[in-house]
Design a protein around this ligand. Structure first.
Ligand SMILES: Cc1cc2nc3c(=O)[nH]c(=O)nc-3n(C[C@H](O)[C@H](O)[C@H](O)COP(=O)(O)OP(=O)(O)OC[C@H]3O[C@@H](n4cnc5c(N)ncnc54)[C@H](O)[C@@H]3O)c2cc1C
Length: 472
């Protein structure tokens, strides 16, 4: 039997921060737009595992598309944050030089490069730094302040882009992997793991680390992507650190940093390790040791800080060394948005706008009459009888949990609920509140606790139902 084929104008592959930012821009047009995401929820790839910094792009290579989009994003962020109610804090970043070579690099390379990127750095003496930040390594020789750097919640950002698009008519299918594509005369046929078929006038390949494999589905092997792992340690105590603390960056990465987390606590890391597998998210004792050594150079007291959690993310390093935003070699109707290595969160508003403009020009799209720019603040809507605290570590109420479960793009997993509300992110990591969260999940979404996964298939924290206890 012939499967139903849905005709769409634009189909986005990948529900990371890049795909969702693009979806929001596409939703401005009078067009049928859909997004397919392989995982059970959006933002389960690299977009959930990063330093969560909105970079100014001070150290981007001048003249590149990445530098241009980071500069454009600096202009767009204030509106995006306001309209989508994204928690954001412009903390500034302190660049610390601990040797004569690093100090020379700061003066001769980093500051002039920043100026070419339109970002002004203020140089600071050792004394000025230590006066304001006495926790910094007293052996430093000097540094600089990058005032425009800030911290954000990457999941909130991705969800907000996506929900705003959905409220403006875009469709999102999670748990649907693109497994086949074929180029047709006026469209690209896209086949998903859930047996859906679409005929799309334009397909946007925003599949992160897997974008090269998506390209290969139509015989395009014009680029490859390799994973570069970054491990992190999360600590609850902030040791007074209220700014991002950066070492002098090296040629491979920005180095190991201290980054305050927008909802509390601090992240230490990341490492930069080239690995073989695109699924290798393991933390290792060597990696964690390397982080602690790096932190000892910046904030010595933090080097032995107690960790509440460790995790890793994978950067998509492209064979071209640059953002790849261009049509496929196989068809003009497939647009790659790939190799968005270390700055995709920061550049996302501008990547979305850039790709939206390309789609508009290619398909002759016109703006819809009513695009709702602003996302309702439903996550903070609680009712008087829903004020009891469920997550004791982070003081999250039942009302906040229910609001997330009733939202336009509700969580499908416990991790999805965690990232929407902050519940289970504190000291106890869910040990106390998880049973009540599962109960609310069941009440609101009719989800059997045995089938409710932590994240991926088969990751339910409940092993079995005790006979005779059903419904208690
Ligand atoms: C250690 C580390 C630190 C970083 N720090 C920062 C930072 O501080 N600031 C910053 O701006 N950037 C940072 N980045 C970079 C940033 O996280 C990435 O640039 C960004 O998340 C890339 O987003 P994406 O949407 O391209 O990829 P992803 O988030 O990986 O999304 C791609 C999605 O595509 C889906 N997908 C794949 N194949 C298919 C398929 N066949 N069908 C359907 N869906 C598919 C995946 O499941 C995934 O959800 C960091 C990255 C790392 C690893």
């Amino acid at each position: 039997m012939k499967k139903d084929r849905q005709r769409v104008d634009v189909l986005v592959i990948g529900g990371g921060v890049v795909g969702c930012a693009i979806l929001r821009e596409l939703a401005r047009y009078s067009a049928r737009v859909v997004l397919l995401e392989h995982n059970p929820d959006i933002c389960e790839g690299t977009s959930k595992s990063n330093s969560a910094i909105v970079h100014t792009g001070f150290d981007a290579s001048p003249g590149t598309l990445e530098a241009r989009l980071l500069a454009e994003a600096r202009e767009l962020w204030p509106q995006v944050i306001e309209h989508l109610h994204i928690p954001y804090l412009q903390t500034g970043a302190l660049l610390i030089a601990t040797s004569d070579e690093e100090l020379a690099m700061l003066t001769n390379e980093i500051i002039p490069k920043a100026e070419r990127n339109g970002v002004t750095l203020s140089t600071l003496t050792r004394e000025e730094i230590l006066e304001n930040a006495p926790y910094i390594n007293s052996a430093i020789l000097g540094g600089a302040l990058v005032e425009g750097e800030g911290i954000i919640d990457p999941f909130w950002t991705t969800r907000a882009y996506c929900e705003n698009a959905v409220l403006n008519g875009a469709q999102v299918f999670t748990g649907e992997s693109v497994v086949g594509m074929s180029v047709e005369e006026n469209s690209i046929a896209v086949h998903s793991s859930g047996d859906k078929t679409f005929a799309a006038s334009l397909v946007v390949n925003a599949a992160g680390l897997w974008s090269d494999e998506v390209a290969r589905l139509v015989g395009d092997d014009s680029f490859t992507l390799t994973p570069r792992k970054g491990q992190f340690i999360v600590v609850e105590e902030d040791y007074g650190v209220s700014q991002i603390i950066l070492p002098i960056p090296n040629r491979i990465s920005k180095g190991i940093l201290v980054t305050p987390i927008i909802f509390g606590g601090v992240m230490l890391g990341p490492t930069a390790e080239d690995v073989r597998e695109k699924s290798d998210l393991a933390t290792t004792s060597e990696g964690l040791q390397q982080i602690r050594q790096g932190i000892a150079k910046l904030v010595p007291a933090m080097a032995d800080a107690a960790s509440v959690r460790q995790f890793a993310g994978l950067r998509a390093v492209s064979s071209t060394g640059e953002y790849i935003i261009r049509p496929s070699t196989a068809s003009e109707r497939l647009l790659h948005v790939a190799g968005i290595r270390s700055t995709g969160l920061s550049a996302s508003p501008a990547i979305g706008r850039y790709v939206g403009d390309l789609a508009r020009d290619q398909l002759g799209l016109v703006l819809r009459e009513h695009f709702v720019e602003e996302l309702p603040e439903y996550l903070s809507e609680t009712h008087a009888n829903e004020g009891d605290v469920i997550c004791l570590c982070r003081s999250i109420t039942r009302g906040e949990i229910l609001a997330a479960l009733r939202s336009p793009l509700p969580p499908q997993t416990l991790d999805g609920l965690k990232r929407r509300t902050g519940a289970m992110l504190g000291d106890c990591q869910g040990n106390i509140c998880m049973p009540r969260l599962m109960q609310l999940f069941q009440q609101q979404r009719g989800c059997d606790p045995l089938a409710l996964n932590k994240n991926y298939d088969g990751s339910s924290p409940v092993v079995a139902r005790v006979a005779g206890k059903e419904g208690e």
